[in-house]
Design a protein around this ligand. Structure first.
Ligand SMILES: [Zn+2]
Ligand SMILES: [Zn+2]
Length: 285
């Protein structure tokens, strides 16, 4: 059965290493059907330009991914995607809309990155619970743009509020947000890079994942690799969690179309040699 890792980066974002060919080689070795590059999207006016490609580098990104796609065509599918930042308070809607329509992507992620300066300056507040709730409101807004296929690392905010991260305390609010997200039809990600972050667990937390499963929101797996060695990192753990949460299918996107694989079939497809997690700190995502 097809098995994809649908979230990884290229050095163009200035905080990842390895060529797309090297990521493809690892994906192939680990038994994946495909990998999707979802590097951080170019943004206008120098917005958070320290962690993403410049707009004029975008053609280079397309070339890199296309080059790997051709090189690996008979071994593993290399797909084209983008991880698109939604930055609340900055009107990027036209930009994001044009960007989403500009290329024949396989898959588009939308992200709210709470550690970006542009986000912290606007929304950080001394009340950490209110800050967390606001983050989930922003996830709803990102889903309601209606431009993207899946919502990345849905509880990334926990790494900024480690000592105040207490899911039961915000769960009612999160449930309300997930109801609205479910209404949009967007998928959500299990992101395994969370194990290398401040709160060392996947994104989202198991309790939130259960709420996602109850609402039948489609689930996509992503390693969020910023180095080739992390491709499909901890996917068996992610599948265990998904099963415990009541998730029935694992999904992936090709040409913006969703494909669903039964969880048991996804598990059977993964090569038995899943690597130990890298110890490299990976706070950016
Ligand atoms: Zn991210
Ligand atoms: Zn990143």
């Amino acid at each position: 059965m097809p098995m994809y890792d649908s979230h990884m980066h290229t050095p163009l974002c200035k905080h990842a290493v390895g060529t797309p060919d090297e990521y493809a080689a690892v994906g192939h070795e680990r038994g994946l059907t495909g990998i999707i590059f979802t590097c951080h999207n170019p943004l206008p006016d120098g917005l958070s330009s320290n962690v993403r490609m410049d707009p004029e580098q975008f053609p280079e990104y397309l070339e890199m991914v296309e080059h790997a796609r051709q090189n690996w065509a008979d071994k593993i599918h290399v797909g084209l995607g983008l991880e698109c930042d939604y930055v609340p308070g900055i009107d990027l809607n036209d930009w994001l809309e044009k960007q989403a329509a500009a290329e024949p992507y396989d898959y588009l992620l939308v992200s709210v990155h709470p550690h970006l300066n542009e986000y912290r300056q606007r929304f950080w507040q001394d009340d950490p619970v209110a800050f967390q709730k606001l983050y989930f409101d922003h996830l709803v807004e990102s889903a309601q743009l209606g431009l993207h296929d899946a919502l990345a690392h849905p509880d990334l905010v926990k790494n900024l509020v480690r000592d105040d991260w207490d899911v039961p305390r915000i769960l009612d609010h999160v449930r309300g947000c997930l109801d609205k997200i479910a209404d949009t039809g967007i998928a959500m990600e299990i992101n395994t890079s969370g194990w290398n972050k401040t709160v060392q667990e996947q994104n989202p937390n198991a309790t939130i994942l259960r709420e996602i499963a109850i609402r039948k929101i489609p689930i996509v797996l992503g390693s969020d690799s910023h180095e080739p060695g992390r491709v499909s990192d901890r996917f068996t753990d992610a599948l265990d969690l998904a099963q415990d949460a009541g998730v029935e299918h694992i999904s992936y996107f090709i040409q913006r179309q969703r494909h669903d694989v039964l969880l048991a079939d996804a598990r059977a497809t993964l090569a038995p040699t899943i690597p130990a997690s890298s110890n490299q700190p990976d706070q950016l995502s």
